[in-house]
Write a protein that binds this ligand. Sequence first.
Ligand SMILES: [Zn+2]
Ligand SMILES: [Zn+2]
Length: 463
Amino acid sequence: MLLIICGFLSHAKKDVLYYHKAGISSQPVVSALFLPEMPSNFQMRPGTSTIFNLAYFTGITTNITLGSHMTDIKNLRIHFYGVQGSGSIFPSRAERQVTQLHSDLQLLQRVFDDLGEHVDADGKLSVSLEDVIGGSPDRDTLTRYRNSLDLEEQRSYGGWTTCCRIETSDGYDIVIDCGSGFRVCAGDIVDKWTDTEDRHLYILGTHAHYDHTEGFDQAAVCFDPKNNIHILANRTYLRSLDQNLGIFSHYIDMNLKGVQTPLTYELMPARFDSCEIRDLQKDPAPADPDPMIGRYHDVNEPIELGQTSIQPIEVFHPNPCLAYRIEHNGKVFIFCTDHELRWGDDPDDPLQIASEEAEQRLIQQSMNADLMYRDGQFLRIEYDGQQGIGTPIGVSRKGWGHSCIEDVMEMAIQCNVAHTMIGHHDPNRTWSERSWIDEILVRKSQQTGLKLELARAETVIDL
Ligand SMILES: [Zn+2]
Ligand SMILES: [Zn+2]
């Protein structure tokens, strides 16, 4: 059976035809295998077109919007592609069933409320069902009717690991971290760049852990020679990319080649350059050139990209980690993943001192910020090991490099941050727990007048 399928696929591959639409995509994307199923005016394309593709295959073609990215950018547009800590997660079957039940009940409630408005004194419908839904119950009419009911979108807290994209009003594309969310993010960037010749992407790395780098070699932006990818990060972040892929030095140790990924710089035709963010006052750049490093930037100085000023902040994590304060036309966004406000018993412990000093730097940079994304992986009771996450057995989280939700809340209030999104969610936290923590944050928001919430992937915020 397998042989028959392979035979069929190899035959289909012989007469592959590519399907284009001028001005939409220059890339061949659909093979002849699918063409007989396609209407003549349908196109598939990468990136944001997923919504079109989904629309075609589900037959739902009305009331689909492209989201806020179609409007002009006032200052900064911030897209959260991945807010998950440590590993990507998606809801279990049981969690999907609960979510489905919740949304079905909400829909039924709205339909019955609507029907109730057309009931006469005897409790009978005074109009036809067609009048209620606006036509015969075909797919388009039912879709329009369903969309007219103003249903709440179901919350989802999981998804990909860390990746945040910032578009600026003066045309810069900046990405922070390349967790598994970067694959999706890169699709959107490729889509945006279709008609652009001068293509530059600035990637700010926070630290080398896998959940902040794992999406890099799956990202479409890395495979087009027209793309210039400038990566600014500390040394360990740059090294983690270079030692596996050789994208900066064009060298890979034979013991590492092919171990973590089958790809190398030879198979990734985009142009890559590196800038090491380093404390040049304490640790000057070496006299001999380093083949991995294109240039150096002092961590104490802001990085200027057009009208955007980006200040790196050294935070506290087992692997050296940077947060970023991003300012554009007076609007301030703080991005701080993987930082631990440590709860230790000994105030003279160097780790305790380092953690508190990092927290103070962060507080200083975050005063009156418009938006802050911050790592809050644990509740305090979990950090102390009195309660497990997803299991009954608690284990101390001291030294794991992540902060407590309660501390982030307190810091956000102290800094008068208008909107705080708490992310880097623990992969073992259940969907329902995330939901109730979010409810608590919403209630806290109502008391303080400052918006606090759990971060959700696919959120887009304009500042
Ligand atoms: Zn992380
Ligand atoms: Zn980390």
